[in-house]
Design a protein around this ligand. Structure first.
Ligand SMILES: *[C@@H]1O[C@H](CO)[C@@H](O)[C@H](O)[C@H]1NC(C)=O
Ligand SMILES: *[C@@H]1O[C@H](CO)[C@@H](O)[C@H](O)[C@H]1NC(C)=O
Ligand SMILES: *[C@@H]1O[C@H](CO)[C@@H](O)[C@H](O)[C@H]1NC(C)=O
Ligand SMILES: *[C@@H]1O[C@H](CO)[C@@H](O)[C@H](O)[C@H]1NC(C)=O
Ligand SMILES: *[C@@H]1O[C@H](CO)[C@@H](O)[C@H](O)[C@H]1NC(C)=O
Length: 259
């Protein structure tokens, strides 16, 4: 048993039993794993067309093939990793918006509008759900055209009871962001990509509509360090410590300044 799981443990704790050089990958709707044991002449690539739990499938398949290639008795990686997959990819975060959530400092309408980050470029926050029973004002022409189509291209994304901004970003990692109000100046961020289905009764499918456990949040602030919002919670993908500081801007991974 110890020998069987040695290379598995390698990726969790340091062990010199076998050298594995590996990297996982993913893009909306897909996950992949590539792994080599350079001193054993083994190379494995596993591709999955599931962007949610596919990352666990690829691991189970990868380890099963390693077992096979090394002539080992197969270890039950499926039972080992399935609960982990359920935990990390499950029903989403336990906490929802507090019933007594307070509005952001400057109100919801004031937050809508254009922002800019030097790296990510300009974005426009469009208020997509009613606040205090009044319909979203519509805002700019670009917001109006986005909101006209939102229920079709982003089905299920806007909870009418939660003030939410939609942002078109058109990036590789996401086509849209949603910022759903949590409490005060804090909003939960989801990265969304909309795909046509070819099915007339449900013409679009949204990847990312269920918030993950990542806990990415946007915090709005206005002080001597600027007016805008900072994103925290591991959105930037950097393998580094979280930024620290007294001001929202200082402790944000990414800061968008109000334009
Ligand atoms: C929203 O963000 C808050 C604050 O970080 C967090 O506690 C909560 O779980 C998040 N909710 C969702 C649905 O992501
Ligand atoms: C919503 O109503 C509450 C209570 O009347 C008020 O404090 C708040 O400013 C209103 N928010 C907006 C965006 O109008
Ligand atoms: C978006 O809305 C415009 C104007 O209503 C419409 O012409 C267009 O077909 C819509 N696009 C989608 C994908 O629904
Ligand atoms: C098309 O979408 C509807 C509504 O979600 C669904 O009931 C139906 O099974 C879908 N048809 C196909 C062929 O997937
Ligand atoms: C910005 O934040 C820093 C660190 O908290 C603070 O020392 C500085 O005074 C702030 N700048 C302004 C103009 O308030």
């Amino acid at each position: 048993m110890v020998r069987l799981s040695a290379y598995f443990l390698l990726s969790l704790i340091s062990c010199i039993c076998a050298v594995v050089v590996e990297h996982d990958g993913g893009t909306p709707g897909f996950t992949s794993a590539i792994a080599r044991m350079p001193y054993d002449n083994i190379g494995i690539a596993v591709l999955s067309n599931d962007g949610n739990v596919g990352g666990s499938f690829t691991q189970v398949i990868k380890y099963r093939i390693f077992d096979e290639a090394l002539g080992l008795t197969p270890f039950d990686f499926d039972s080992l990793l399935k609960p982990l997959a359920a935990e990390t990819q499950g029903a989403g975060p336990a906490l929802s918006r507090p019933a007594n959530a307070t509005p952001p400092t400057g109100g919801f309408e004031a937050i809508a509008g254009k922002y800019n980050d030097g790296g990510y470029g300009p974005v426009e926050l469009c208020l997509a759900s009613a606040v205090n029973g009044s319909s979203p004002s519509g805002g700019s022409k670009s917001c109006q055209s986005l909101l006209t189509n939102a229920s079709v291209i982003l089905p299920g994304v806007i909870n009418p009871a939660v003030p939410t901004y939609l942002v078109r970003v058109d990036k590789v990692f996401a086509e849209f962001l949603s910022l759903a109000h949590y409490d005060g100046d804090i909003f939960n961020v989801s990265a969304l990509t909309s795909y046509p289905t070819g099915n007339a009764s449900a013409p679009f499918w949204v990847d990312g509509a269920t918030p993950g456990v990542a806990g990415v949040v946007a915090t709005f602030s206005s002080d001597g360090n600027g007016t805008g919002f900072g994103i925290t919670g591991g959105a930037w993908g950097a393998v580094a410590d979280d930024p620290i500081g007294n001001m929202v801007k200082e402790r944000s991974e990414v800061w968008f300044s109000k334009v």
